[in-house]
Design a protein around this ligand. Structure first.
Ligand code: PMP
Length: 394
């Protein structure tokens, strides 16, 4: 049987990580993989996470199984953090998953059981793993326009026109904030218009919220999600704790499913529990327990929020510095989009040849579509990148 296997296309971002590691040049700069790094290049364990782990270690008396859907305190804490006033507990089922990716997968499995004929609408471009998972599952997909290559801002007119073609029961996959890979985001008024289109078409919003707290703030980054989920009769949200709690390897995520009628909640919850059982049985506990411990303790929550805010403002400062350097070097404001984008990523708009040149000549690594991870920079490397961008003729 194994002789029939075909090589899988390598994940381009993970392949780039390997290439960077093997590069022996001094001063190489990694703007590839989507992981937050502090100015020293470290992906730190957050203070509140460390403290929560100590408390768990002291208090934990057993490692026996928890429940198939995960720890109730984690689910309620995350539901409130994501949806706040838009949370309708009678109509919302929640599931602890293996990271945000696990939540995405379970959301798609759930939606497919509910509507075997659905098409999933994804932004062009989107996180490549969205497309890969959808293709692997054999789900029909459609793309909607999202990004304007000329301005490096959103193409909202294109997006609206394409979303209007969604059918009742289709899923519309939206990035809750900090769009990956472009960095261009919807305004709240645009979210409102998207919500109206969803209402008109009967398509179901499916929000991927992987960077809450990395853009404009914890509440600000969830405002669009809350708006569409609050308005929609049915909705799905896949949230990740990887970035905002910095617990990437612990694999903590949550799937929220809003149903049309409270009478359907238990059915949805039961199906979600079944999906965990069929896939990996019990979800991992450690990351979820860290998050729960933080969210259930006011002092830990305050400290976590303060550190997350430092992280967010640090990235914003780097954006502003990079835009300023490029304004200075080019004598134009054509790179100002870098400071308008939010989150870890920006699509620079360089050609693959220019991306290659920047890598070859400066040992600066970014993804082939010219997505750069702002968090891979620091005050000293920003001017080096700015110069490389100009020299490559971007
Ligand atoms: N969605 C998007 C858009 C992402 O960028 C990521 C992480 N790269 C995820 C979901 C999933 O993150 P994880 O599974 O690591 O929690």
């Amino acid at each position: 049987m194994f002789g029939t296997l075909k090589p899988q296309a390598p994940d381009k971002i993970l392949a780039l990580m390997g290439e960077f590691k093997a590069d022996t040049r001094q001063g190489k700069i990694d703007l590839g993989v989507g992981v937050y790094k502090d100015p020293t290049g470290l992906t730190p364990v957050m203070r509140a996470v460390r403290e929560a782990e100590k408390r768990i270690w002291d208090a934990e008396t057993t490692k026996t199984y928890t429940t198939l859907i995960g720890e109730p305190g984690y689910l309620s804490g995350m539901s409130r953090m994501v949806l706040a006033d838009a949370l309708d507990t009678d109509r919302t089922a929640a599931l602890s998953t293996v990271g945000g990716t696990g939540a995405i997968r379970q959301a798609l499995e759930l939606a497919r059981i509910g509507n075997p004929d659905l098409t999933v609408h994804v932004s062009d471009p989107t996180w490549p793993n969205h497309v890969s998972i959808l293709n692997f599952m054999g789900l029909p997909t459609a793309t909607y326009r999202y990004f304007d290559d000329a301005t490096r801002g959103g193409d909202f007119e294109g997006m609206k026109a394409d979303l209007a073609r969604a059918r009742k029961g289709d899923l519309v996959l939206l990035h809750g904030c900090c769009h990956n890979p472009t960095g261009a985001n919807l305004t709240l008024d645009q979210w409102r218009q998207v919500s109206e289109i969803l209402d008109r078409t009967g398509a179901v919003p499916f929000v991927d919220l992987a960077y809450q707290g990395f853009g404009d703030g914890l509440d600000e980054d969830a405002a669009g999600t809350r708006l569409v989920v609050g308005n929609a009769p049915e909705a799905l949200v896949a949230a990740s704790c990887s970035k905002n709690f910095g617990i990437y390897r612990e694999r903590a995520g949550v799937l929220l499913a809003k149903v049309a009628d409270p009478a359907q909640r238990d059915l949805a919850q039961g199906t979600m529990s079944f999906l965990n059982r069929q896939t990996y049985s019990f979800p991992p506990d450690h990351g979820a327990r860290i998050v729960m411990t933080i969210l259930e303790d006011a002092a830990l929550t305050a400290d976590w929020k303060a550190e997350l805010e430092e992280v967010r403002l640090g990235m914003l400062g780097l954006r502003q510095q990079l835009a300023a350097e490029l304004r200075e070097l080019t004598g134009s404001d054509r790179f100002d989009f870098l400071e308008h984008h939010r989150g870890m990523f920006s699509r620079l708009g360089a050609t693959p040849a220019q991306v290659q040149k920047i890598k070859d000549e400066n040992a600066i690594y970014m993804v082939g579509d010219s997505r750069l991870n702002i968090a891979g920079l620091n005050r000293d490397s920003v001017p080096i990148l700015a110069r490389a961008i100009v020299e490559a003729g971007v």
